[in-house]
Structure formats: structure tokens, C-alpha cells
Design a protein around this ligand. Structure first.
Ligand code: ZN
Length: 439
């Protein structure tokens, strides 16, 4: 399925009160070039913080309940789900979003205002292929009687079962093909909701400061919204579909498949995305193979890697390169209990030293720089390593996926960004400066 990337045609803005913080916020959307992605920019004095709404930047849902929050040390942005739902469904791949404030405006509690602003900006097709992930076989996740399932389908389709037994909401089911025209009409207008009895506990933990009966459907004991009217008889389940799309957007790629949520919430959806990410990485590994299993371009085994970089046992920390082009390399390191470094790090509690994960990323960076014709036979030296973060421990049995991308090349000096994943989660990341020298 071939789709082109899209952005908006001109800059537009929207402002309003955040549903949870009650604070005023303003978003200014700007067109962006292909492969930029969705990028939030936050000005803090002279400092510009930038963050992408991707699963690896998701903030702990236990700390920030009942919403989707993204961030790092510099930037925190709350309640992005309705905006992301609108961008994903309207198939906008690239946009720069300046944000003033810490939370997306709640407006009417639905994704509709964001669809309207996108349409006001105009949609522009870009001359680059959209990153599409096709569900080829069923994937499912079950936990505490909640489920999420993905099935093959020729288009993105979302179904949801909502079930609030012994409340006025009861059960609702809805299923829609998520194409822009249908989304805009049937899903985007559905507003956020809660039960009357949930209000007190929410206010107690300091949430819902910006909510009122207009932007939040507060369902009474008879099953109707207080001081308001449903836009659809089954508005709550439609809103659940909207929120599920907002979570799926954190996957980064556009999904072609049928996703079915059964009482699944934000934390389940997140786990599911991580599962799909792991699957996507695995698929990438096989990408260089054709149907007969022949080795394609970009796949390098250890003996090929040794022709490019000088590292040898016990210091060669890449087993295989599975994707390689001028701007990006993905390598694999299978971490086994037999690694030499586990003997002392630590006896009885084997953990891969963080510096070696950094070294493994640097070696993939070396392959990325040196595989180019003009650099063959040269050496890549690393001059600096910055912003290194160790997020999770790597133990025997883990498979490290080492992804290195070029940020900038100037003459012989390159700035690279590396990420190491295990099971779809980032374990280590950092940026590198490397220079090419003649041997
Ligand atoms: Zn919502």
C-alpha cells in the first residue's frame, strides 16, 4: 500500500484552556518537510525544547493519569491524545507545533477543533513515501480482562467495546474505517466523558481543573450527560476510538490493519504499541531477505562488518547489520550469558556495562560512516559523546537493536544520534561526533 506523506499548507493556531491543568495554552502549527514527523517545540526563555510524540517519550501514566503526556527533562506536554488522534486520522505526517503552555487546549473535549484547524491550514501532499506498517498476522494482548487485537485489513479500521457494568453507561460497541472523511464526521466530534461519581476523586488528585459540563460529558445515573446533550447516542465509545487512535499515533508509523480494543485503556494500548514496535524491528531484520531467503542489500554479517571496521573479539559488539543506507544503520547484538564482561559485571547479577552499549552503538556508527565508497579503508574516531542516557538494564538473553542515524555531516565530521532498543523500548541513547581519518 503506497501512500504519500502529508503536511499542512500554511501556519494556523488554536488556543484554549487545558482540561486538566486549567491553564491557558496556545498551539501554532507550521508546515514541515518530509520525514520531519510531528514535532513539538517549546520556547522557554532563550531555550528551545523539542520533543516528538513517540512511545519512547511517553511519560509515566501512573504519575500523569487519565491523559497522554509526553516529555523529557526539558519539555513536558500533557493531554496530547485528541490532537494526535486528529493528526493521525487526517494523515498528517509532518508538522511543527509551537506550544505556549504545558497542556494542549481542551476546547470542546473532542478532536474536532483539531480537525478543523488542520482543514483550515489546508493539507499538502509531499513527494515522499509514507511510513506504513502492515499488520500481516494477528497480534493480541490480554490483561485483567481487557484486550487489544490487531488483524490484517486492507485499511486502518478501529473497533471498540466499552463496558462499564452496573453503571448507567453499560456496554457500547462501535467500529469504523478510519479514513479522513469518516473520522471527521463520526469520531472526531465525540467528547471526553466520565461518570458523575468519578468527579470527586479526579478533583481530589488535582485533575480536571479545566473541565466543565460543556467540554466533558458527565454521565448521570440515568445514563445522560448533565447540563449537556449527546452528539451521538454512543458518543462515549466513539470517544474511546478517538483516544485509541491518539495512543496508536505514538507508534510513529501509519498502521494498515484492524485494531480492536476491548475495554483497553491507555496503559494497555501503550504495551501493545511496544509489542508492535518489537515486531516491526524484527520485520526490519528480515527486510533484506527476499522470499527465497537470499541476502539483500544492506545486510552485513560479522565477516562483512570486519571488512569495514577494525574491531575484533572480544571487542566487536555488533553481530549483524540489518539495514544500511547513507543516513542510517541498524545493527543487532545478541547478548548471551557467555559474554566476557558478565564475569565481573556483576558476579551473580549480570548486567551489560552501559559504556559497552555506547561502544556497540559507536561501532554501528562506524559501519554507517565507513561503508561509503569514499571512506573505505579509513578509520572513524569518536571525538565526543553527549546526552547519553541509560534507561534500562541489559541482561543476558536480550537482543540489542542498535540504530544510528546521521544528524549532520560537515566535511569529515559527522554528528550521529544513536538509540539502543530491547523489545521495542529504548535502553540507551546518545549523540556522537565522529571524524574520518586516513589510516
Ligand atoms: Zn480523550
Amino acid at each position: 500500500m503506497e501512500k504519500s506523506q502529508k503536511t499542512i499548507e500554511r501556519s494556523v493556531e488554536i488556543e484554549g484552556i487545558g482540561l486538566h491543568t486549567g491553564e491557558r495554552a496556545r498551539l501554532i502549527f507550521h508546515p514541515a518537510t518530509a520525514d520531519t514527523g510531528i514535532v513539538f517545540m517549546k520556547k522557554d526563555g532563550s531555550h528551545n525544547g523539542v520533543i516528538k510524540p513517540l512511545i519512547e517519550n511517553l511519560l509515566d501514566t501512573a504519575k500523569f493519569p487519565r491523559r497522554t503526556s509526553i516529555g523529557d527533562e526539558d519539555v513536558q506536554i500533557h493531554t496530547v491524545e485528541h490532537l494526535l488522534s486528529a493528526l493521525y486520522s487526517m494523515e498528517i505526517d509532518n508538522v511543527l507545533i509551537e506550544i505556549e503552555g504545558n497542556e494542549c487546549p481542551g476546547v470542546d473535549g473532542s478532536a474536532k477543533p483539531f480537525v478543523e484547524i488542520i482543514k483550515k491550514a489546508g493539507i499538502k501532499q509531499l513527494n515522499k513515501k509514507k511510513d506504513v506498517f502492515i499488520i500481516k498476522e494477528p497480534i493480541y494482548l490480554s490483561e485483567n480482562n481487557t484486550h487489544i487485537i490487531a488483524l490484517p485489513s486492507s485499511e486502518l479500521k478501529i473497533s471498540y467495546i466499552l463496558d462499564y457494568p452496573e453503571t448507567s453507561l453499560g456496554s457500547q460497541y462501535a467500529s469504523y474505517s478510519i479514513i479522513p472523511e469518516i473520522y471527521e464526521k463520526e469520531i472526531a466530534p465525540a467528547r471526553t466523558f466520565c461518570l458523575k461519581e468519578e468527579i470527586e476523586p479526579l478533583k481530589k488528585i488535582g485533575l480536571g481543573k479545566g473541565s466543565d459540563y460543556k467540554n466533558t460529558l458527565v454521565i448521570d445515573k440515568d445514563g445522560f450527560p448533565i447540563d449537556n446533550q449527546f452528539r451521538f447516542k454512543d458518543e462515549p465509545v466513539r470517544h474511546k476510538i478517538s483516544d485509541l487512535i491518539g495512543d496508536i499515533a505514538l507508534f510513529g508509523s501509519y498502521i494498515v490493519g484492524h485494531i480492536i480494543g476491548i475495554k483497553s485503556g491507555h496503559s494497555m494500548n501503550t504495551k501493545f504499541i511496544n509489542k508492535m514496535k518489537a515486531l516491526k524491528e524484527r520485520e526490519k531484520m528480515g527486510m533484506g531477505m527476499d522470499k527465497e531467503g537470499h541476502r539483500g542489500d544492506g545486510i552485513l554479517y560479522a565477516e562483512d562488518i570486519c571488512k569495514i571496521i577494525p574491531h575484533r573479539y572480544p571487542f566487536l559488539l555488533v553481530d549483524r547489520i540489518v539495514e544500511l543506507n547513507d543516513n542510517k544503520a541498524i545493527g543487532i547484538k545478541n547478548v548471551s550469558m557467555n559474554e566476557w564482561f558478565f564475569q565481573g559485571h556483576f558476579p551473580g547479577r549480570p548486567i551489560m556495562p552501559g559504556v559497552l552499549i555506547v561502544e556497540a552503538m559507536a561501532q554501528v556508527g562506524g559501519v554507517l560512516m565507513l561503508h561509503k565508497e569514499e571512506n573505505r579503508g579509513k578509520l572513524a574516531y569518536f571525538m565526543s559523546i553527549e546526552q547519553v542516557k541509560f534507561r534500562k538494564a541489559v541482561r543476558p538473553g536480550c537482543q540489542l537493536i542498535l540504530q544510528v542515524e546521521v544528524l549532520k555531516i560537515k566535511g569529515k565530521v559527522a554528528r550521529l544520534v544513536g538509540k539502543a532498543f530491547v523489545d521495542g523500548s529504548v535502553v540507551t541513547e546518545g549523540t556522537f561526533m565522529s571524524t574520518i581519518v586516513d589510516e
